[in-house]
Design a protein around this ligand. Structure first.
Ligand SMILES: Nc1nc2c(ncn2[C@@H]2O[C@H](COP(=O)(O)OP(=O)(O)O)[C@@H](O)[C@H]2O)c(=O)[nH]1
Ligand SMILES: [Mg+2]
Length: 447
């Protein structure tokens, strides 16, 4: 997620860490570096200008205390500034009304149809009765695409009849949804590769026919400065109440993600983080800022855990993750829980570990599959150790490793691989421990 921006900002922070204290001079330098990083990520020029000015002010306004390292102080400032840019907190969609109507707009390929189904699934999961209207009528394939998705998630799709124009379809869709007692009605609309007058007029007519409570622009986060103009036009002509930022899972530079809220003047409500219909997350500015700054996202991680394991286990997991001295019994427990959660890839992204560590641990779908087969072996290996060995991994010398390999039907190099990964997990746990300490000091850098 926004990896290159994240890497370059973390580099800046690392540099600041090297300073003994924050002076006006090194603040100026660090702020300049942040400016470069943002421009490289194709964040809108105006947004960068404002961001940098208020970051400088925030940094200079910091009390210089001996007890807080300059790196931490700087991270805290950047984090706060980023949260201010992304929008203070998560905003919910207005679901009042019978039904509540949601119009999805955006350029061709931005992810409207996919997001429409993702949102339908999301609200269905919250016990709402949802209906979708296929109002992208120019391309027959678009109607079909939504119909297929609707079938997958068992949500009714209202299709255009022969010769029906968009506003008429909109009014009929709203009416039918209302009569069938739907709580939410979503309208998937047509897009273009660029905003053109023809499209805008069609959408205006649809808006006037439906009078939607929510008008949401779907924005591909791979768009940089371009997204600025798109958002502006849609906002001026149609009026926007919120945004969905898609493809945040990709290698987008981050320009749109950081600029869009300020430019569109309305909040990001959800983010799309994958092609699957479950890959939609309510947008939490502070969490994204934490992830970008490599502070991890313990809250999202714990939430994800809670979805699949019970509360008790989730709490234990959080404790183990934050434990400073991890032993192999903890590691075994972690592996078992991680396997239950499914994708190793998505979990890795939420952890506050450095890009190098992530690279050496490997992420991506292949790594996730490898992780699964590794976990099976790892379990056998750890179970072949004596309880003392599990608690004191330092005992595991060559001859013990050989014995354990024999006992678990693995090879000594498998055992070594396990120990290598275990050491990484230990490192990570130590980092999280440190972070927790920083938070306890009252440095609420991670919420
Ligand atoms: N990786 C990823 N792909 C997405 C996401 N949202 C949409 N897509 C893909 O983007 C492409 C275009 O999406 P679609 O919903 O058809 O866009 P539309 O033209 O705006 O309706 C499809 O291949 C989707 O699978 C996302 O959050 N992450
Ligand atoms: Mg579409």
């Amino acid at each position: 997620m926004l990896e290159s921006l994240s890497a370059s900002l973390q580099k800046v922070i690392k540099k600041v860490r090297g300073h003994g204290r924050m002076s006006e001079e090194n603040i100026a330098e660090a702020v300049r570096d942040v400016r470069m990083a943002l421009l490289e990520a194709d964040v809108s020029f105006e947004v960068v200008k404002d961001f940098v000015a208020s970051l400088r002010e925030r940094c200079l306004g910091q009390e210089v205390t001996q007890s807080i390292a300059p790196g931490q102080q700087f991270v805290k400032c950047v984090h706060e500034e980023m949260v201010a840019l992304l929008g203070e907190k998560n905003q919910a969609v207005n679901l009042n009304g019978h039904p509540a109507s949601v119009l999805l707009l955006g350029l061709h390929g931005s992810g409207k149809t996919t997001s429409c189904a993702k949102l339908a699934l999301h609200w269905k999961g919250k016990g709402k009765r949802v209906v979708m209207v296929a109002a992208d009528i120019r391309r027959p394939a678009a109607v079909e695409q939504l119909a297929v998705l609707g079938e997958q998630i068992e949500v009714e799709v209202i299709r255009p009849t022969a010769g029906e124009v968009v506003p008429a379809l909109g009014a009929r869709g709203l009416d039918e949804a209302s009569r069938s007692g739907a709580d939410v009605v979503l309208f998937d609309t047509g897009g273009r590769f660029q905003v053109d007058e023809d499209l805008v007029q069609e959408l205006e007519a649809l808006r006037d026919a439906v009078n939607p409570r929510n008008t949401i622009l779907v924005v591909d986060s791979a768009l940089g400065q371009e997204s600025v103009n798109v958002a502006r036009t849609f906002h001026e002509r149609i009026g926007l109440t919120g945004l969905v930022l898609t493809k945040l899972d990709g290698d987008a530079r981050g320009g749109a993600a950081l600029s869009i809220r300020r430019v569109a003047g309305c909040p990001v409500l959800f983010s799309g983080v994958g092609e699957k219909l479950e890959d939609l997350e309510p947008f939490y500015p502070d969490r994204l800022a934490s992830r970008i700054l490599g502070m991890g996202d313990v809250v999202s991680l714990v939430e994800k855990v809670q979805e699949v394991v019970d509360e008790d286990q989730a709490q234990r997991m959080e404790q183990t993750l934050r434990k400073k001295r991890l032993n192999l019994e903890d590691f075994l427990e972690q592996l078992r829980q991680i396997r239950k959660m499914g994708s190793m890839d998505s979990i890795m992204k939420m952890l506050p570990i450095s890009a190098d560590l992530k690279a050496s641990a490997g992420t991506g779908p292949d790594a996730a599959a490898q992780m699964d087969s590794f976990a099976v072996k790892a379990e056998a290996i750890i179970l072949s150790m004596t309880p003392t060995e599990r608690r004191r991994p330092a005992l595991l010398n060559g001859s013990r490793r050989k014995r354990i390999a024999g006992g678990s039907g693995t090879t000594p190099s498998d055992v070594n691989e396990l120990m290598r990964r275990f050491q990484q997990a230990q490192k990570m746990a130590k980092k999280m421990g440190k972070m927790q300490k920083a938070m306890q000091k009252g440095l609420n850098i991670m919420r």
